[in-house]
Design a binder for this molecule. Structure first.
Ligand SMILES: [Zn+2]
Length: 451
C-alpha cells in the first residue's frame, strides 16, 4: 500500500450510509484510503483516535460576515470559531451596494489572507444592477446562489440604509437564475403583516423574548413560502427557503411539488425555545425569523428524519449581546457557528432524534451537494478533501464564553451540551486540537461551485 501523509486510526468513521471502526489515510490533502482492519498504511504522522468518532467537517450553509466587525477581522474570528466547532466550510451571504464585479475579488483576497475555513460566497441582491449582472457573477465567479431579504420590503427598511426589495425583484431574480439552474435563497417573512402584528405586541409593554416571537407569527413565513414557491414554479427556478422556522412552513412547501422548495432550518430552531430559554438567554435570542416553541421544534426534527429538510445552518452573525439588553432596541441575529455541531450531537444524536448518518447528511453532505461542492466536500469518501473532525461523544460541558473558543454569547449559553470536537483537520492538516488553533489564518480559499 502506498505510504500516506497522515493516518487516523482507532476511531469510529461516520459516512452518510454507515459507521465503522477502523482507520482513514490521507495523501496529498485528500482521503486516500479507508479500512476496518488493524493494519493502516505507514504514514508520516499517525493520530490515535482513542475510540472517538471521525466525521466529515461540517458544512455551514448560512452565515453573515462583516456586519458588526470589519470584514477581514470577522473572516478570521468567525472561521476560527468554525474550525474550533468542527466546521470546515462556511457560506456567507455577502452584501454590498456596489457591483459585485468590483467587490467579489476583494472578498476573495480577504478570505485567502484571513480565513481558516474554505468559503462559498452567496450574494445578496440589493438593487436592480445586481439582478441585471447575475449572469456575469455566475460566469465569472461561479456564484450559484442569490439571496433576497423579503423582510426588507418597503415597510421594514425605512431605518435601514438599504433599498427595499419586493416580489417583483424576487421574480426577476428567479428569471435570471433559471437558465443556469441557479438558486434563489429567500428570507420568507411577510413584513407587510408584521408591520401590524409587531407594534401591537410592543404596545403591551412586554420585553420578554417570547414577545418577539409573538410579534412575528408563523403565518407570515408560510404566506411568503406559498408566494415564492408559486413564482418558482412559474419561472422554473429552484428556491431555497432559508432559516425555515416553522413546521407549518414544511407542510406549506410540500404542497409545491413541481419545483420543490429546498428547506434550510437552523440549529437554534431545533434546540432553543423561548418559553423555556427566555429567562436564560433574554435578548441574545432575538432574531428574524424568531425562535419558535418546542412543539414546533420537535416537528422540525421529524421533518429532518423523513428528509423534508435538506440542510441545517446557524445564520451566524458575530456580535456581542447580553441577556439583559433591551429586546426592542437590540440588534437581531446571534453567533452560533462554534456550537452548531455540538448542539446537533447533543440534542439530536444523543437524545435519539436523529442518527449519526442523518446528522452528516444535513450538516455536511446535503449543503455540499446543494451548492455544488460535493465533488470535493461533504462526506468521508476516497478522493474527497480530508476535512475532518474527531468528536468525543462523551465530553460534556456547559456552554459559556469561558468554555468556548469565540467568547461570544450564543443562544446555547448556559446549556449542558454533550459531544465536542477534539481535533479538526482541514485538507489533511491538523489545524485545531483541544482548545488551540495550530496554524495561522490564511489556509482557507473561496471555492468555486461546479456549474
Ligand atoms: Zn441570514
Amino acid at each position: 500500500m502506498a505510504k500516506a501523509d497522515l493516518v487516523i486510526k482507532n476511531c469510529h468513521i461516520v459516512t452518510p450510509t454507515t459507521t465503522f471502526s477502523g482507520w482513514l489515510a490521507v495523501r496529498d490533502s485528500k482521503i486516500s484510503a479507508l479500512g476496518d482492519d488493524d493494519s493502516p498504511p505507514v504514514a508520516q504522522e499517525t493520530i490515535d483516535g482513542r475510540g472517538h468518532y471521525l466525521l466529515p467537517g461540517r458544512v455551514e450553509p448560512h452565515i453573515h460576515l462583516g456586519v458588526h466587525y470589519p470584514f477581514d477581522q470577522d473572516v478570521e474570528q468567525t472561521s476560527a470559531a468554525a474550525i474550533a466547532g468542527g466546521t470546515t466550510v462556511m457560506m456567507p451571504h455577502n452584501r454590498a451596494k456596489a457591483s459585485y464585479l468590483e467587490v467579489y475579488p476583494r472578498w476573495e483576497r480577504s478570505i485567502a489572507e484571513h480565513s481558516y475555513c474554505d468559503v462559498v460566497i452567496h450574494l445578496q441582491i440589493q438593487n436592480r444592477q445586481h439582478i441585471d449582472e447575475i449572469p456575469l457573477y455566475h460566469e465569472r465567479f461561479g456564484v450559484l446562489c442569490y439571496k433576497l431579504h423579503l423582510d426588507y420590503r418597503a415597510p421594514a427598511v425605512a431605518e435601514l440604509d438599504i433599498e427595499p426589495l419586493d416580489d417583483g425583484d424576487a421574480y426577476l431574480t428567479m428569471k435570471q437564475c433559471a437558465p443556469f439552474n441557479g438558486l434563489v435563497a429567500l428570507h420568507c417573512e411577510d413584513v407587510e403583516i408584521v408591520r401590524y402584528t409587531l407594534p401591537a405586541i410592543q404596545a403591551t409593554g412586554r420585553k420578554d423574548l417570547q414577545a418577539w416571537s409573538d410579534g412575528r407569527p408563523a403565518f407570515c413565513e408560510v404566506a411568503d413560502i406559498h408566494t415564492m414557491a408559486y413564482l418558482s414554479e412559474l419561472t422554473g427556478c429552484r428556491i431555497v427557503v432559508l432559516h425555515l422556522s416553522t413546521a407549518d412552513g414544511v407542510d406549506a412547501a410540500a404542497r409545491w411539488s413541481k419545483v420543490p422548495p429546498v428547506l434550510e432550518t437552523l440549529v437554534q430552531f431545533l434546540t432553543v425555545f423561548p418559553e423555556e430559554a427566555g429567562t436564560r438567554i433574554g435578548a441574545i435570542g432575538k432574531m428574524n425569523p424568531p425562535l419558535r416553541d418546542r412543539a414546533n421544534g420537535e416537528r422540525l426534527w421529524e421533518a429532518i428524519r423523513r428528509g423534508a429538510i435538506a440542510t441545517v445552518g446557524t445564520d451566524h452573525i458575530a456580535c456581542e449581546k447580553h441577556e439583559t439588553d433591551d429586546l426592542w432596541s437590540v440588534t437581531a441575529g446571534m453567533p452560533g457557528i462554534e456550537v452548531a455541531l455540538p448542539l446537533l450531537l447533543s440534542e439530536g444524536v444523543h437524545k435519539g432524534r436523529i442518527s449519526l448518518q442523518q446528522l452528516v447528511q444535513v450538516a455536511a453532505l446535503n449543503p455540499a451537494r446543494l451548492y455544488h461542492i460535493d465533488d470535493r466536500k461533504g462526506s468521508i469518501a476516497i478522493g474527497k478533501d480530508a476535512d475532518l473532525v474527531l468528536v468525543d461523544m462523551e465530553a460534556e460541558r456547559v456552554v459559556s464564553p469561558e468554555t468556548t473558543f469565540s467568547k461570544l454569547k450564543t443562544p446555547a449559553n448556559g446549556m449542558t451540551v454533550k459531544g465536542w470536537p477534539v481535533l479538526t483537520i482541514k485538507g489533511g492538516q491538523l489545524v485545531y486540537r483541544e482548545g488551540q488553533l495550530l496554524v495561522k489564518p490564511g489556509i482557507g480559499r473561496v471555492l468555486r461551485s461546479y456549474p
